[in-house]
Design a protein around this ligand. Sequence first.
Ligand code: NAD
Ligand code: MG
Length: 396
Amino acid sequence: MKQRVTVLGSTGSIGTNTLDVMARHPDRFEVFALTAATRVDLMLQQCVQFKPRFAVMASAPHGRELAQKIKANGLAIEVLSGPDAIKLIASHELTDTVMAAIVGAAGLASCLAAARAGKRLLLANKEALVVGGDVFMRAVREGGATLLPIDSEHSAIFQSLPEDPASWPQRVEKIILTSSGGPFRTREPATLAGVTPDEACAHPNWVMGRKISVDSATMMNKALEVIEARYLFDMPAQQIEVVIHPQSVIHSMVQYRDASIVAQLGTPDMRVPIAYGLAWPERIASGAQALDFRTLSGMTFESFETQGHRDRFPGLQLAWEALRAPAGACATLNAANEVAVAAFLDKRIRFDQIHHINLETLQAVTTSVPQTLDDLLALDARARAAAQRVVARMET
Ligand code: NAD
Ligand code: MG
């Protein structure tokens, strides 16, 4: 029986890479549903190639445009639109696997729906877990879902951990996340105020969507990944470390009690963690090139604990601070960062102001312990409003 896969965010960087891997294995996978926000023409192309049962656009106008084009192409695909439709297909009884590749907290509700419905949930959308925290993990447990990480660092850790999660607390000393250092690793901190969105999005090793690219430049991506690791592996924040490794050959590591360290290595190609998530516990061809150790020029490492990196990347520390605060702080931090990154991409604020918006919003929003999706969405909305006020002040 083929795995029937729903791809949420199919037109994005992770979404298109997912379809690339699936197309290599038509005997194993079929596309059940695709969803996207605005790129109607790419969605149409994907519909022609993969013939899903459902194609869902985030808004009604885009849905109508797609429906017309689907009809004009003589395709028998049901077109839906809106957030409820995305939730519906994420939890539909005829889908086995859900790739969660929407960017931002916008993906939270559909992730929770898939978790509650007990799906095999491939999680690229790290913001959903950062915002959802314990509520998300409870939905996974109660729904009997299988949660598989797609973020390359978390896939690496998952591949380096023993199979039985019950053994992790006794065996594991710490988790070491690697970071390339992004495009500004060697940049003079004082010059960061002048960088443009295109410079911030020019990642040295990975090609990704614009939001995560900016996060990789501020190091907020790594902060979100620390929080993600905390929840995915139920690991205390003090047992999670980050090290800079500019070549992105080691994707992350697990250090055990006996001082042995297990790492996962590879070329920087998201099709590797995607193929692992799709086929787990099996292994299938991903389309990626393997590392060639004859031409590998070397691996280097740098500590974040230097004055230069602390000045360059003040946001990283916010992960541990948010994890020490009441549970809602991670959701607040994520909301502030989404608002700040969007404002920076719109050229309304400077790059270095992203961190100040995050800090001020964390201080302004009183945190509670969210228990439900509604609590989380209300907190997310409050934090966004607070962050928007800080943006408005900075703009003038
Ligand atoms: P992207 O911007 O390339 O794609 C985002 C997708 O989400 C698109 O299909 C878009 O149509 C859809 N989308 C955006 N807003 C939406 C909304 N409000 N409602 C419904 N759909 C919406 O982003 P990406 O780089 O593919 O990243 C997706 C997620 O995966 C992010 O959470 C990111 O942090 C994570 N991730 C990405 C990479 C990578 O290499 N790109 C690596 C690790 C983790
Ligand atoms: Mg990552």
